[in-house]
Design a binder for this molecule. Structure first.
Ligand code: F0G
Length: 460
């Protein structure tokens, strides 16, 4: 489309609406206390702008709602499965497609037969559920991001890349212990940053050389494809579909949480070319997820995913998506808030360590900022720092902080308009002026695994 205007408009109009959760400052204070300063425990209707996650929060299109009615709810061999399978085969090129109820089910199934104690699974960075599903098998989830990934304030392209030299060293030394290599596209744990095609190809070649399979954690593959179009010269005139197809051709399979780039509220899949592994995966799937033609989903869900996967590769959509997240990122940066640059595809990450330098890591600065945003204006965000990744030894009480203290502002797909985003920027402008009054937090109670979901905290 020959769009020569500088305003980037939402490439859709709104047919169905939901009210926002307005509450008073006093009410929010009470909700925060009752939730133990853990925003996962706040009822969603007490949230005004919900940037907790971009997962399962997309607004579906009229075509997707229409597709729901086409859902074939047969237990086995439903027509909807074949529609789903054919769309995924077309985008990925993989011959085996296994639906699951969400991304972590794909992780659990695959790692349960591929990984064992003593194994190492390298990735550019593992998402927390991926790490947990690897670690329950006794294997180690090892992150090998490029050094640039840690230069939060430098707008370097493709900071989601994997450190190829480090991977080669590891493969050379420990190949026998490595059942697979994972590339998370885009890299959610370190700023939602994309992986370049050049890096995908280099990692793929190394994996082939050492005969180790490569899988994508493909939750945000379409956003990654669009970043490749923007950032790598040979791809500027290519369609996102063709770029995605080329990306997938470099790997042996993928794990997908459809709750992100399939523009739906639930679902996922495993896809691969290895028929022996697919057979094993289906055997495990039947025990916990369901028959392999529905995998814990309704026929209507399969239809909505198939339709969403077609829509997400639309260039107008991707252009709006990436630019609107960037608008939010640079909007809050202008207010003096340090962010991970460039902004990610699905989220803006605030560097809370730099912003709230008066709060030490053991005071959870990113969580403290998350609580301040909720208290001030009902904005809900997620901590990606020591609450999520810090290590607490229950015996000695010793605490090892995470390497970063980030606050993620994840933008649900097709849900909020520019005025909502302008409002978030205004709230940051206000908070930046009074940031020294924000106090740190301490943990009162926390389970050992994925503790950030359930932890109870209190102000220091
Ligand atoms: N992989 C990545 C990169 C993810 O971001 C997620 C989920 C998963 C796997 C797991 O998928 O939730 O469908 O089981 N990320 C969400 C988030 C929860 O908020 O970033 P799931």
């Amino acid at each position: 489309m020959d769009w020569h205007w500088k305003t980037i408009i939402e490439p859709f109009k709104i047919k169905s609406i939901e009210p926002l959760g307005f509450a008073t400052h006093k009410e929010r204070k009470k909700h925060l206390e009752e939730a133990g300063y853990n925003l996962f425990k706040i009822p969603a209707d007490k949230v005004l702008i919900d940037l907790l996650t971009d997962s399962g929060t997309a607004a579906m299109s009229a075509e997707q709602w229409g597709a729901l009615m086409r859902g074939d709810e047969s237990y086995a061999g439903a027509r909807s499965f074949y529609t789903f399978e054919s769309v995924i085969k077309n985008i990925t090129g993989y011959s085996e497609v296994i639906p699951v109820h969400q991304g972590r089910a794909a992780e659990r199934i695959l790692f349960s037969f591929l990984c064992k104690k003593g194994d190492i699974v390298p990735a550019n960075s593992h998402f927390d559920t991926t790490r947990a599903n690897i670690e329950v098998t006794g294997a180690e989830a090892r992150d090998l991001p490029v050094a640039d990934a840690w230069k939060f304030h430098e707008p370097i392209a493709f900071k989601g890349n994997m450190d190829v030299a480090a991977l080669e060293k590891l493969l050379h030394k420990e190949k026998e212990k490595i059942p697979l290599v994972i590339l998370t596209i885009t890299n959610n744990s370190l700023g939602g940053q994309p992986v370049s095609m050049e890096n995908i190809k280099a990692v793929s070649q190394l994996c082939k050389q050492y005969s180790v399979p490569l899988f994508f954690d493909a939750a945000r593959f379409a956003e990654n494809a669009y970043f490749i179009k923007l950032g790598e010269k040979e791809y500027t005139s290519k369609m996102p579909f063709d770029i995605a197809r080329e990306m997938f051709s470099c790997a042996d399979g993928c794990l997908m949480s459809a709750k992100k780039d399939a523009l739906v509220n639930i679902g996922g899949f495993l896809a691969m070319n290895n028929t022996t592994w697919a057979k094993k995966a289906r055997e495990i799937e039947i025990i916990g997820e369901g028959f392999p033609t529905y995998g814990g989903l309704a026929g209507r869900d399969l239809e909505a995913i198939a339709q969403g996967l077609k829509e997400v590769l639309d260039e107008e959509y991707l252009k709006y998506r990436i630019q609107s997240v960037s608008y939010l990122g640079y909007g809050i940066k202008k207010c003096g808030v340090p962010i991970v640059e460039p902004p990610g595809g699905h989220a803006v990450y605030v560097d809370a360590k730099a912003f709230l330098s008066h709060i030490p890591p053991e005071g959870f600065p990113a969580q403290a900022l998350a609580c301040a945003l909720y208290l001030e204006a009902g904005i809900r965000t997620t901590e990606v720092g020591s609450l999520m990744f810090g290590k607490r030894d229950p015996k000695s009480g010793n605490f090892t902080p995470a390497k970063m203290e980030l606050l993620r502002l994840a933008v649900p797909r097709r849900v909020y308009t520019q005025s909502h985003i302008d409002f978030v920027i205004e709230v940051f402008e206000h908070i930046a002026k009074s940031k020294n009054s924000i106090r740190g937090l301490k943990i009162i109670e926390a389970p050992p695994v994925l503790s950030h979901f359930m932890a109870k905290l209190a102000p220091v």
